[in-house]
Design a protein around this ligand. Structure first.
Ligand SMILES: Cc1cc2nc3c(=O)[nH]c(=O)nc-3n(C[C@H](O)[C@H](O)[C@H](O)COP(=O)(O)OP(=O)(O)OC[C@H]3O[C@@H](n4cnc5c(N)ncnc54)[C@H](O)[C@@H]3O)c2cc1C
Length: 523
């Protein structure tokens, strides 16, 4: 049975929390956050009011376009806490006028010409999982245009070629994670890029946002898996060369990585693949303090052992995911290979973990964590419906700054929760990605929402968190991208002349300024 994509929240509507899960979450949040715990009903598509279409689908695009209410609602925005909160409240005022499902590059070029002629904004759409306002024009931006059109790559979803000798494959940009892996599994290969949003995000979206997969060390960002890309921009169609490496000048692929649909549409890419792992080992270790877990994680990632997974959860993060008792930090470590056994690597890693005070505890925590991780987005939506602010933010920082950085974030966000939610909330941390020179801490905030003020409450916390990140040497995003929500922080992170260079690129590739206006580079 084909499941139906949820137009107001994460994933498929059939998979939202069942009554048992709702009851369980309710009992947790009423005690912990003093919320009343009544479950907000979710909107029915028939009751949603959309703005009148200001654009009519042109004849030439009729066979590949739709302006059905459901499709317009589904393509209105991404899936952040703010997005879901607004959708639950029935606010679809920014819905696109219609949605195009191109079948090839020429369809896209035609759509771009049409939009440029009529001064319409065209927003590339992959899986729709943006959490940074990447898909919705802001009030004020929208008014500059005659209308807004969503360009969903969902029909460009095939593996085009496989080169087993070079272990690379060419995939269309609209392929979602599961389809890529299904096609590769049959050939004993894997892309091995697993963001939490894997099921509902696309290859083109990953490249456009520089996504991070969930193997905590080694190749993390999609960037390093990209060999070449094909892009359609309003000025033409072009393809970069497929090479194992090149030292020739600025890397043309990198111009488009992280451009978030503002310079062109990534229609296909040659990707570096790997053999499917056959040899796998994993274990968890418990630490009395987060700090000793951090020291162990740093030593492990600097040891050259290259664990495929090495994820540290602070005690509270472990507890809320059912992977700990709330007193100990949990480190989940794994090794894998498609070629050789990895037990010797595990043995040496255990020595390092023990030297840092870790107590080896088997596989249970890792397995519980994994299932909780996959279910988490659905649980997030239910928490929102139960009256809880539930959102995350992430960053990366060098090891030499880590302790101060982490303390500052926890202190300031706790103060924020004190101010906006009477202290009824919590902030947790996990290290999602590790590098020899630093790590990517990921923070989860849960707090009591005041009905009607949820968004302003969260914005206040987010503002505080973002300023603390920047003040203490972190980046505004390790993998969630810039979109519109992170723009002012992004601008303050990079040198002014480089930002101006990006503006010039935007003018060059998108002379009429119709492509995802306001995303990343605000002109
Ligand atoms: C529950 C949840 C978990 C998440 N977990 C992770 C995670 O683990 N790692 C991570 O990195 N991110 C994560 N994200 C964020 C999001 O999934 C990523 O940013 C992802 O890469 C977006 O891909 P998408 O196909 O859904 O793109 P969309 O959300 O559809 O689009 C994102 C941006 O890319 C542009 N775009 C989309 N497709 C193309 C294309 N073909 N060409 C040009 N531009 C395009 C859009 O215009 C938009 O600006 C998560 C989000 C959610 C809601």
């Amino acid at each position: 049975m084909n499941k139906a994509r949820n137009f107001w929240g994460w994933g498929n509507i059939e998979d939202i929390s069942n009554p048992n899960e709702v009851d369980l979450l309710r009992s947790l949040v009423t005690n912990t956050f003093s919320v009343e715990g009544s479950l907000m009903p979710y909107p029915n598509i028939d009751d949603i009011v959309l703005p009148e279409n200001s654009l009519k689908i042109p004849n030439a695009l009729e066979s590949i376009s739709t302006d059905s209410k459901y499709e317009r609602a589904l393509h209105t925005r991404g899936r952040s806490f703010i997005d879901v909160t607004r959708s639950l409240s029935g606010d679809f005022a920014s819905a696109p006028d219609f949605v195009i499902y191109p079948e090839n590059e020429n369809d896209i070029l035609f759509a771009m010409d049409w939009c440029a002629e009529r001064n319409c904004a065209l927003v590339p759409f992959g899986g729709g999982s943006s959490v940074v306002g990447g898909l919705e024009l802001k009030l004020g931006e929208r008014e500059r245009f005659e209308g807004v059109v969503s360009l969903d790559l969902g029909k460009m979803n095939s593996m085009l070629e496989l080169d087993k000798t070079s272990r690379t494959g060419q995939f269309q940009g609209g392929m979602l994670g599961p389809k890529i892996e299904d096609d590769l599994r049959r050939n004993g290969l894997t892309l091995r890029h697993f963001p939490q949003s894997f099921e509902f995000s696309s290859l083109g979206g990953w490249i456009a946002t520089r996504a991070g997969g969930h193997f905590a060390t080694g190749i993390t960002h999609i960037d390093d898996l990209v060999e070449s890309i094909q892009v359609v921009s309003p000025i033409g169609i072009y393809e970069t060369r497929s090479l194992p490496a090149s030292g020739a000048g600025p890397d043309p692929n990198r111009l488009f990585m992280g451009s978030e649909g503002s310079l062109g549409v990534i229609t296909s890419a040659w990707m570096r693949l790997q053999d499917r792992p056959i040899y796998k080992v994993s274990y968890s270790a418990l630490f009395d303090s987060f700090k000793s877990g951090v020291d162990a994680a740093r030593e492990l990632v600097q040891s050259g052992l290259a664990p495929s997974n090495c994820r540290l959860l602070d005690p509270l993060e472990a507890f809320i995911n059912g992977a700990g008792n709330g007193a100990k930090a949990v480190l989940i470590v794994g090794f894998e290979s498609g070629d050789h056994s990895v037990e010797h690597l595990e043995r040496r890693s255990i020595e390092i973990v023990k030297q840092n005070g870790g107590e080896i505890s088997g596989k249970k925590e890792g397995e519980t964590w994994k299932s909780s991780f996959i279910r988490a987005p659905y649980i997030r939506d239910t928490l929102i419906r139960l009256g809880v602010i539930a959102e995350t933010f992430e960053t990366a920082v060098k090891w030499n700054k880590f302790d101060e950085f982490h303390n500052a974030i926890i202190d300031n966000v706790t103060k924020g929760i004190e101010k906006v939610a009477e202290g009824k909330g919590l902030v947790t941390c996990r290290l999602t990605h590790l590098y020899p020179d630093g790590s990517a801490p990921y923070f989860t905030v849960l707090a009591k929402a005041r009905p009607g003020s949820e968004i302003s409450q969260w914005m206040e916390i987010k503002e505080l968190a973002s300023q603390t990140i920047l003040d203490n040497g972190g980046t505004i995003t390790h993998h969630h991208a810039v979109g519109r929500d992170h723009q002012k922080w992004y601008k303050s992170e990079i040198p002014e002349h480089i930002y101006k260079g990006f503006e010039a690129l935007k003018h060059h590739f998108d002379p009429h300024g119709i492509l995802n206006p306001g995303a990343v580079i605000n002109l």
